[in-house]
Write a protein of this length. Structure first.
Length: 52
């Protein structure tokens, strides 16, 4: 996927700058784990897509 980006979009990214997921929920769930540090606090708004 990364190798096709420069020709298709005119950009160039390294492997460390690319993330691939199976869907929006997975990407949204994984984003905080990739960007936050231990001890950070987050607020999760509901509804979160899971049935009650």
């Amino acid at each position: 996927m990364r190798s096709s980006t420069p020709t298709a979009q005119g950009t160039d990214y390294t492997d460390a700058e690319v993330a691939v997921g199976c869907g929006a929920m997975q990407v949204i769930f994984n984003a905080p784990f990739a960007t936050l540090e231990a001890g950070c606090r987050i607020i999760v708004a509901t509804p979160n897509g899971t049935p009650a």
